[in-house]
Design a protein around this ligand. Sequence first.
Ligand code: 5GP
Length: 195
Amino acid sequence: MTQPKQGLLIVISGPSGVGKDTVLRRLFELAPHLKYSVSYTTRAPRPGEVDGHSYTFVTQPEFLRLIEQKEFLEWARVYDEYYGTSRRRVEEVLDRGEDIILKIDVHGATFVRKRKPDGLFIFITPPSTEELLTRLTGRKTESAGALAIRQREALIELGLAKDYEHVVCNRDVDETAREILAMIAAEHARRQAPV
Ligand code: 5GP
């Protein structure tokens, strides 16, 4: 019996405030067949976030237990909170031959690259650093201290774009989503091309 074709693992990173969530929302509207890897996190839900949909929200002891149980493909401590990708959820989707998107930070992406070097790694950048800082300030979902940390980390994270095979500048949400779809289509075409 032939093995079904494995799906494509797509990693999307980018600094806080770059608009990853908005781009992803548009991406799933345009391509509803794509699956999303719902991460675990210890941070509190923001208004409108739904448990099991945006994230699976867990306590810190629960998260540490999941680390011990080797539940994570990768995990990282971001802004003093834990975030992790479920290995089981990702493998199930890939084994069904479906594509899955991980929205994770640069450190998590480095781990995933080691374990899944055949993934598609995409970094989203802002049109300018000034715009990124303005967007972060305008979000008003964080305290002043948390905001300062996010701004500092966002600048550091921006410097790591060079580690990604694909970089897309988010000038327009619809255009960015379509560019990412084109990258996914190109990667599928590359894999199917005779060697
Ligand atoms: P936020 O709290 O704004 O939803 O996410 C903060 C940061 O954590 C973002 O850079 C996001 O990409 C990252 N993140 C979300 N889920 C995961 C995950 O499962 N693993 C890692 N390493 N980073 C994550």
